[in-house]
Design a protein. Structure first.
Length: 118
């Protein structure tokens, strides 16, 4: 099994930056891709971005393209999300997830709160 733990959330003013981290442990050799989803209050969880674990290809939702950057450190089994030019609408709980093969996402981390004040 794979376990995921996020860190790095917090409160920031609009226009500011935050960096999230997601550390993977356990059977990390089974990871094919890793990504971030977010869920704002009263809304469904939405896809944000993901990266393929070996090749490093990246994919972004239109809402964050040009502002967020995903990266990974395979040696540390850690994924990062650099978030710049944050907006109030980026406020959400951010969840780290892994893809172990196929289309489904899972397992999931416990989530980390990001709050952007306007």
């Amino acid at each position: 099994q794979v376990q995921l733990e996020e860190s790095g959330g917090g409160l920031v003013q609009a226009g500011g930056s935050l960096r999230l981290s997601c550390a993977a442990s356990g059977r990390t050799s089974s990871i094919y891709r890793m990504g971030w989803f977010r869920q704002a209050p009263g809304k469904e969880r939405e896809y944000v971005v993901h990266i393929t674990w070996r090749g490093g290809s990246t994919y972004y939702s239109d809402s964050v393209k040009g502002r967020f950057t995903i990266s990974r450190d395979n040696a540390k089994n850690t994924m990062y999300l650099q978030m710049n030019s944050l907006k109030a609408e980026d406020t959400a709980v951010y969840y780290c997830t892994a893809g172990l093969g196929g289309a489904a996402w899972g397992p999931w981390g416990q989530g980390t709160q990001v709050t952007v004040s306007s």
